[in-house]
Design a protein around this ligand. Structure first.
Ligand SMILES: Cc1cc2nc3c(=O)[nH]c(=O)nc-3n(C[C@H](O)[C@H](O)[C@H](O)COP(=O)(O)O)c2cc1C
Length: 320
């Protein structure tokens, strides 16, 4: 038996394990004594009690707004809609003018609420609990509202759009020529394939099966890659494919290579996210989708907020 006290704690593994818990994405806001708004992106939001109505959010002590929130008499939590990834990005940043970049209004407590959010909770601070490198902010809900819009999800360091699965089903049903592809990462980077026309992501004419060489699973099997496909990342029409007389519907999963079998295939090109040769990607639609993926990976919550604040660097899980 191992003695836990003598084993160094596996912080990276701990972060990865936490990343398996699918959450929503919120923006937590307050108004300072001088009337200026403050806010940050948080996925640590949790419901706590129905009677009295309590919610919580955890604030990193390294966050520049930590002192403000530890003393704020009220705060609001906006649950972001799936078209609000850019709002999440703004509030996860250190931008001095976050509130100039988004639409917001105030409700019961005067704390800002994001326009277009899936729901919001306006709270009086109920309790502030010291908890390691974070504080737990417990709020008593004074006012709330919700809309029917689809919420934004977050898992394993990237955003998840729940309604994309329905779009994908509709797109494949309507199209004879849909192509199913994948953005796959292993510890060295993202999987690309070298073709005479340039680099592209692995894709096939359908998802299954591994013994069908035209399917995505079949393409991956021929490359010796065993992959987990986590979520649908994008559904779009490719203009390039339209020129080539197919109807151009593309469905892309995001996932991970979990094992590599046999000799590395000559066309396989695994490149760190920070070093993708963008000009060599053959399909402009794939290029802009992959650029969005890389941007969102940079906003990795655990990387950003467990970052090395002392050294002033942002350490991301996925990119190191
Ligand atoms: C999806 C996502 C979730 C996050 N969740 C939290 C969180 O729960 N608590 C936290 O303190 N920071 C969290 N962060 C990081 C903060 O948003 C980030 O550190 C921000 O810069 C803090 O703003 P401030 O420095 O202006 O206070 C998250 C970031 C992202 C992208």
């Amino acid at each position: 038996m191992t003695n836990p006290s003598t084993e160094p704690f596996d912080t990276t593994g701990f972060r990865r394990a936490l990343g398996a818990f699918v959450t929503g994405v919120t923006v937590v806001t307050t108004i300072q004594a001088d009337g200026t708004p403050r806010g940050f992106t948080a996925n640590s939001f949790t419901s706590v009690s129905l009677d009295p109505p309590l919610v919580l959010v955890c604030v990193a002590k390294s966050a520049s707004s930590h002192d403000v929130f530890s003393q704020a008499p009220q705060f609001a939590v906006s649950v972001l809609a799936e078209d609000q990834k850019d709002v999440s990005g703004v509030f996860a940043s250190k931008s001095p003018d976050k509130f100039a970049q988004v639409a917001w209004q105030t409700r019961a407590t005067g704390a800002p609420v994001m326009h277009g959010a899936a729901a919001h909770f306006d709270c009086a601070t109920h309790q502030v609990i010291d908890a390691g490198d974070h504080i737990v902010l417990l709020g008593r809900v004074l006012d709330f509202a919700h809309t029917g819009v689809s919420p934004l999800g977050y898992c394993r360091g990237a955003y998840v759009s729940f309604s994309l699965s329905q779009d994908a089903i509709a797109a494949t049903a309507a199209s004879e020529h849909a192509q199913v592809g994948a953005i796959l990462e292993n510890s060295d980077g993202v999987v690309l394939l070298e073709t005479p026309d340039g680099l592209r992501l692995p894709r096939g004419t359908r998802l299954e099966a591994a013994n069908d060489p035209a399917s995505l699973r079949g393409v991956l099997a021929s490359l010796g890659l065993v992959a987990h496909l986590d979520f649908i990342f994008a559904v779009f029409e490719s203009a390039q494919a339209r020129q080539q007389a197919d109807d151009g519907v593309r469905i892309f999963y995001r996932g991970r290579v979990v094992a590599q079998r046999g000799m590395s295939a000559p066309e396989l090109f695994i490149v760190p996210l920070a070093q993708i040769p963008w000009d060599e990607l053959s399909d402009p639609a794939e290029r802009s989708m992959l650029q969005r993926y890389v941007k969102e990976r940079h906003e990795d919550a655990f990387g950003v907020y467990v970052g090395d604040s002392e050294a002033g660097t942002v350490q991301t899980l996925a990119l190191t």
